[in-house]
Every structure is written in C-alpha cells, then in structure tokens.
Design a protein. Structure first.
Length: 381
C-alpha cells in the first residue's frame, strides 16, 4: 500500500506526503470508492490514515453491513455527538431517542427506512414533543451519519414535511411594579427564611439560571467589588443524577454586579449558614456551596421552583412565573431601561442576541400602548 503514498512539495517548499487509493465497490450502487488525502508530515502518518479509511470502508460500509439497523448507526453517531455538548443537553437528546424514536424504528434496517416511514414517525412526534423540529433534526443527523458511512444513498428525512407548529405563547414575566411587589414581599415576610430570601432575591435581580445560582460557592461572592462570579452550573448527567459542570454557553461565564441591599442579604445568609453548619458539626468545605441542602450537598434543581411557587401562591402574585421567567423579566426591564442589546446578552450569558429577542424580551400592555402612541405621534394622527 505504501506505493500509493507519494511525496510532494507544496507552495511553501515543504516536503509532505499524499495518497490516492481505491477502497472498493458499493454492491448496491456499483460505484467505486476512491479517496485522496494530502498534507501529511511523514509517510507513516499517511499510511495510518489510509489504513483507517480502508478499515472504515470494509467494516462500516454497505459492502459489509447491509443489515445494519438504525439503532446501530445511532450508537455510532452518539459517540461522535456526546463530546460536543454538555451532559444536560445530551441527557435531553438521548431521552428523545429513547422514548420517541428507537421504539419505532430502532430495530429496522437502514436500507428499509424510507421517507413515508419517517413522515409517519415525525407526525407522531409532533403531537408529543414541543420542539419537534429540533427532534427531527437529531433524527436526520443519524441518517446523515449512515449516509457518510455509505450505509444508505440518500437521507429519507430530507423529504419529510414538518407539521405546522402551534403559535408559541409569550413567556410569563413581571413588569417593574410586579417585580418590586415580589421583592417587597420577600423583605417583609422572609427575613426568618434567609436561604430562600437570599436565593430568590439573587434570582430576581440577576436573571441568572437557577442551576448557576445553586452552584455558587462562598468564594464567588466578592463583597468588596460588589460582584458575583458565575463559571459553573448544576446540571443532570446521563443517569439523570445532579452534578456540577460547565455552564450552558461560553458567555455564561460572567461577573454580575450586585446592589448593596442584595449583598447585605447574602452576607446575612452566609453568616447564618456558617452557624448552622457548626451546630451540626459539619463545618465549611473548601469550596463551600452558597445554597446547599440540609446535608451540605447540592440542593435539588426543583427546590427553587417550590420556593417561588410558595411565595406566589401565598401572596397571590400575578402572573405566575417560573424561576426561568426571571430571565424574561430581566431582559424586558433592561430593554425598557434602554440597555444596549449586547449588554443584555452578556448579563444573561447567552451566546446569541437572537435568543434574547426571540425568547426573553416581552412587552406588557403599557409598553404596547406607549409604542402605539409614539407611532401615532410620528404619523401626526
């Protein structure tokens, strides 16, 4: 095989190696499979790549695997996809396949799966999965993997027609008056529950994700600089267990500035937590969590939902929002304050301004009236 590897000189005068080789014939299409590669620094490196391509063709093409199933290709795709996302995303995507895809087409041969079968699959998923278009894209990627490895000649998902999505409802959020009412309730009635007070206050004034706040350590709060540093989050692993990992996006690593009242509340909670841990004979950990559970371990990701729901129900706050609703609240209020969109993006820690505009910035009735009034005045009506 080494005679297929040739030495050449590139435009920069570098002595490199390249090859062009015939791998075999696809018994279903009759097409010959040839490959060429260049830019190798040594003949040995070129030989390793050629051997890898030969092995992949002989063991992963239709020539040897005409009976390969969707599940088998899915397992190959999963190995490539898994390292590219965090565990919580992987857990969610694998759940889509486990519940909605593999029970239907997992045991079917790739060459037997056609567009009508995929259309039927997607029609069913559209009634069960909210973001069914994204689910369809994941399914398509597995077929794409099969196409790349010559198991199939075309991707049957390319011709699927997606059902029309139901119009999405705006995310529930609070305007300025509703947010201030919530903060007033916390100050007046939650002084004796310093953990919930500190967490919910921080959630309300930062718009941070709930997992990001649950992963905070004592050392992340800088009272001198008036900041809190976010560089990790609590997420769910493949087995659905909670774990601390990297935040959702690169922009999620950020420093947020805090007001003096929020810092006082956090300082009071830290002091109370120290006393509680000492009384239990536990003591502070080197990377002491700011909001641990009673055993000084990670608090459940569902606990903030319960804390917030309890406040909303007890004091009849409207509209009902989730912890994630504070992100829409923060984005909308910052927008009303004429904060540049780029600054809002950095505060919320999202990778794209489009995400902020599409999912978070909302208008209440007052904003809609003000916009209409400005337009009428502009037209002179």
């Amino acid at each position: 095989m080494t005679d297929e590897i040739k030495r050449y000189q590139n435009k920069k005068g570098q002595k490199l190696y390249k090859f062009k080789a015939y791998l075999g014939k696809n018994i279903f299409t009759g097409k010959k499979k040839e490959v060429s590669r260049s830019g190798f620094s040594s003949k040995h490196e070129a030989s390793l790549e050629l051997n890898r391509l030969r092995y992949e063709f002989e063991h992963s093409s239709k020539y040897a695997n005409e009976n390969i199933t969707y599940k088998e290709v899915f397992d190959k795709w999963k190995k490539v996809y898994a390292p590219s996302v965090n565990e919580s995303t992987l857990n969610r995507v694998l759940g889509i396949f486990r519940i909605h895809v593999l029970p239907i087409i997992g045991d079917k041969r790739m060459i037997d799966i056609d567009t009508p079968m995929c259309q039927s699959l997607m029609d069913g998923i559209a009634t069960e999965v909210k973001d069914f278009r994204k689910a369809g894209n994941y399914i398509r990627l597995v077929f794409k993997q099969a196409e790349r490895m010559s198991f199939i000649d075309k991707n049957p998902m390319d011709f699927v027609i997606y059902p029309t999505a139901e119009p999405s409802h705006p995310k529930a959020f609070w305007n300025r008056e509703q947010l201030m009412k919530f903060l007033k309730v916390l100050n007046e009635y939650y002084a004796e529950q310093p953990k919930q007070l500190a967490y919910l206050r921080l959630l309300a004034v930062t718009g941070a994700r709930k997992g990001e706040l649950l992963a905070l350590r004592f050392s992340d709060v800088n009272f001198k600089e008036h900041t809190v540093s976010i560089d990790r989050t609590i997420t769910r692993g493949i087995s659905n267990e909670q774990k601390i990992g990297k935040p959702k996006t690169d922009n999620s690593i950020r420093h947020l500035f805090l007001d003096e009242e929020t810092l006082d509340i956090l300082r009071n909670w830290q002091n109370q937590l120290k006393k509680d841990l000492v009384s239990k004979g536990i003591g502070l950990q080197p990377d002491q969590l700011l909001f641990p559970n009673s055993k000084n371990r990670m608090t459940s990701l569902m606990e903030p939902n319960r804390w917030l729901t309890k406040v909303i129900d007890a004091y009849h706050l409207k509209p009902v929002i989730s912890p994630h609703g504070f992100r829409a609240t923060t984005a909308s209020l910052l927008s009303q304050a004429n904060m540049p969109m780029k600054s809002i993006q950095l505060i919320l820690g999202d990778n794209s301004i489009d995400v902020i505009l599409k999912h978070y910035i909302q208008q209440d009735e007052r904003m809609k009236r003000e916009s209409a009034d400005k337009y009428r005045k502009y037209l002179g009506l």
